[in-house]
Design a protein around this ligand. Sequence first.
Ligand code: FE
Length: 345
Amino acid sequence: MKIDAEMLELFLAQLKLCKVSPGEVVVVLSAGAEWADYAQAFMVAAQQLGAQTFNLNVSRSQRNAVAVQGRHPLVGNKLALETLKSADMVIDLVGLLFSREQAEIQAAGARILRVMEPLHVLKQMFPTEDLRRRVEFAKSLLEKAKELRFTSEAGTDIRYELGQYPVISEYGYTFEAGRWDHFPSGFAFTQGNDGGINGTVVLQPGDIIAAFKQYVQSKVVLRVEKGYVVAIEGDGMDAQLIKDYMDRFNDPRAFAISHIGWGLNEKARWYQFSATRQLAEEHVMNALSFYGNVLFSTGPNLELGGTNDTACHMDLPMRQCSLWLDGVRILDKGDVVHPEMKVSA
Ligand code: FE
């Protein structure tokens, strides 16, 4: 297989950010023929930095295995799991997200980098040290906060009590033992306390339904009581789409409020779904990461140590919202105003 020069250069820069060094072991985890070019290029890049590397390839037996939380080809494969646990770094081209196996690999000290976007998105949103600094600052604020509130002129006003759950940062690379990240990304998030989320969220045209890779076209009002969506209102098609989609899981836990945070990657594009010609190949990292979005979501909270493992997860990045932590303003109508998180002009 020929290695694309541009891909190799990008992965070399990525592994340098991850501080891959001589003597380390970097395992590239892949499934079947998926991402074979990425697997090869990551191995060559790791070798150039003096690391030992190999490709652990598993077969994906279930269709759509990735779509269901915690189910992936590593389940029951003890030798593969032990191998990954003894690595210094794992490049995850399979999708271990939120699984028990991923938690085990991290606990054993291996850092994990998830990669699932096509090359043009990896290039476009490539992480920087400044992004890491701003995302880690967001994480430190969330860790101290007791209350998050966000509002919008469209009528959103919702409060999250905080403190029960940990905070996760994603800035697109990882150099700390046991730390997971997703290349590319750019946000920090946590989860409201059990029963401690109350208010109203109003989705308006231009907000994003990531599960459908499409923009909201008509106003949707979500009434939230004690951590659950109790009513979905709206005259347009979007309210019907969201309600019907969530209903079809036949799972009351689908209506729970999930992670909350905000986007900080100034290279990510809100308009990506309209601009791209390769929508089918792309994942949703532009939508989740764009600068100044409130990343509101519903469904599971396993990722943050909770017990809700419903398969219905909705990421709903919102524009033009204002957000406060304990009364300190972070966002003003969709713009980052806190000096430590603002992109310097
Ligand atoms: Fe999510």
